[in-house]
Each structure stands twice: as C-alpha cells, then as structure tokens.
Design a protein around this ligand. Sequence first.
Ligand code: SF4
Length: 269
Amino acid sequence: MISLKRNKKGEFVKATGIRSRASSIYKPNQTEDYKVSRGRFSNFLSCPRCFYLDRVRGLAEPSSPGWTLNTLTDTLLKKEFDTCRAQQKPHRILVENNLSHIVPFQHDDIEHWRNSLSGGLQVRFKDTNIILQGGVDDVWFNTQTEEVIIADYKSQQSNYGVSQETYFKSVYHDGYKTQLDFYAYLLKGMGFKVSKDAYLYICNAIEKDDGFFGKMHFDEVLIHYEVKTDYIDDHVQLMIDTMNSDKLPESNESCENCAYARMRGESEK
Ligand code: SF4
C-alpha cells in the first residue's frame, strides 16, 4: 500500500521514516519506566527484529487508515454491555449460550481499562522498568465463582459461518489467543481472580439479501477460549533481553515485507 505522510491539515510533509517522539524510543538498559503494549508484545512474538527496529531504533511504520467499521461494532456492543452492567444483568448473547450467571463486571476503572490510550490494564513486570499494558474490550464477572472474565469483540466477514469447532483452526485467529492470554495475565498481575474461561464475541457479516439497501446483517457467535498465562513471563523476559541488547535480531524468513524490502534494495542498485 502506498502511504503518503500528511500533517493534521492534510498537507503533504516529508516522511523521515523515524518516530518523532523520543520518549517512545527505548534506549538499551535505560532505567526510566517504559510502556510496552499488548500489540507490541504480539509484534515481538511474530518477529523480534521488527519489534526491535520499531521500539529501539525508532523506525516509523507506514501509517494505515483506521478500521472504522470494526470500531463501530465495538462501540455499539460496548453500549449494550454498559446497559447490562448498570443493571447487573447478563447480556442477551450470554443468556442464549446458557451463561446467565455471567454479567458485565462493575468496576470504577472499567472505562480506563478499555481505553488503551489512557493506559488500559497495566502491570509492572517483576522489578523491572517495563510496564505492560493493554486496552481490553470488556471484563465480565462469573457470579458463581466470583472470577473476572476477559472478553473481546471481533468483526469479520465469512460466508462459511463461525463455529466453536472451526474458529481456531484458522491460523489468522491464533493471535487472538495471545491477546486474551495477555489481558488475563495483566488482570492477574493487578490482583484479580481471573477465570480460565475467556470469550470472543464474533460479529460475522453475512451475504443474505439481494442488495445492500443501507444495512448489513451479522451473525453473532460466542467463542470460548481457555486462557494460558504461564508462558508469558518467559517471553516478556526474552523481549526485555532483546530490548537491552545492541544486536539486531534475525528476520522472519516467511515475512513478505522483508522479502519485498530486500528485493527492492537489490532492484534499485
Ligand atoms: S521479517 Fe522484516 S519486515 Fe518482516 S516483520 Fe521481521 S523485520 Fe519486519
């Protein structure tokens, strides 16, 4: 995708390829606190080299437009869940799935937890200067076990439908597991009793009518996932070791972006 840099007025400006906010660039072995988001941690798991180039060398990734349709389904679902939260009632999808004992979690900080820009869920990693953070879509509460539950909303389009049996067979959904694991890890670190059960609320747009007519139809499916948090400590430690090193990690040989950059360099010689 061709991405041309513009300022807030929409005017073209020179793209430097480097982030301008110095505090977002990590200096190996720095002692000041440094925040690493869930998304950056996932980037590290996918390719430590790209993570390092981004966080330590300060390279700016090309920007891309927001996923505004997906964001809208999230916003509307949050409104529904907030209504249920105020009444401490289960949402309709929980009732349909025989999970009426689960209600949206009532907590003074819920708005803050859901906003990654204002910090989201946060926990310091052991006695380091690294603060792990992530904005969760929602937190629910199991009234029987008194455990909190991680919930995330996803919008998609598939004519094959969505089911518990097939959902995680797609390699493209693997990252969602890490996402749920990471949020559960953060909430545990914040002292909450976290359920091993987590849920993805999938909104799947379906091709149903003979035209658009100004509306789309969605199937709504609840996908269950059992969170695992025991692997996260080791991977976060590896990530910190990488950040504190001067050595650029190896690239991922399956990465099409790196292959493109390599071949482009060759072609332009
Ligand atoms: S292989 Fe290269 S482009 Fe791909 S994620 Fe890693 S560093 Fe980035």
